[in-house]
Ligand binder design. Structure first.
Ligand SMILES: NC(=O)c1ccc[n+]([C@@H]2O[C@H](COP(=O)([O-])OP(=O)(O)OC[C@H]3O[C@@H](n4cnc5c(N)ncnc54)[C@H](OP(=O)(O)O)[C@@H]3O)[C@@H](O)[C@H]2O)c1
Length: 103
């Protein structure tokens, strides 16, 4: 059974490269950032090169409702998160990270 990684900040930089690495290792990927167009390009690349499923979620993580909305979208897509990669600038003790990790 395939595993799923949720990667925030996946539209560029380290998050983008990590999404490619998880996909290469066979993980389905949920990619999150504000720039949906960049995430869609990444999803197309992932699916073409690594043949895993990718869910794009355009979301501003600074908004207090973001984590609940991400949870709802992943659940609606029938995905359970095995690995959470949270953008480092999202501080590990922030409400956002604590909430995502506890789900
Ligand atoms: N220790 C080291 O040697 C080292 C080396 C390199 C980097 N770093 C650190 O690692 C972290 C990641 O670096 P990075 O190069 O990947 O750049 P970054 O600027 O921290 O992250 C960029 C990603 O975060 C997303 N993002 C930014 N604000 C967001 C928000 N409010 N909601 C949702 N997504 C948001 C951006 O997408 P959107 O703009 O599309 O939302 C983009 O995908 C940084 O904190 C950097 O300082 C450390």
């Amino acid at each position: 059974m395939s595993k799923t990684a949720l990667i925030t900040g996946a539209s560029g930089g380290i998050g983008y490269e990590l999404a490619l690495l998880f996909a290469r290792d066979g993980f389905d990927c949920i990619v999150v950032a504000r720039s949906q167009d960049k995430l869609r390009e990444l999803a197309t690349r992932i699916e073409r090169e690594h043949h895993v499923k990718t869910l794009v979620i355009g979301k501003d993580l600074s908004k207090p409702t973001a984590v609940d909305e991400i949870y709802e979208e992943t659940t609606a897509a029938g995905l359970a998160v095995d690995v959470l990669v949270s953008r480092p600038t999202c501080r590990s003790n922030s409400r956002c990270c604590r909430s995502m990790s506890s789900r």
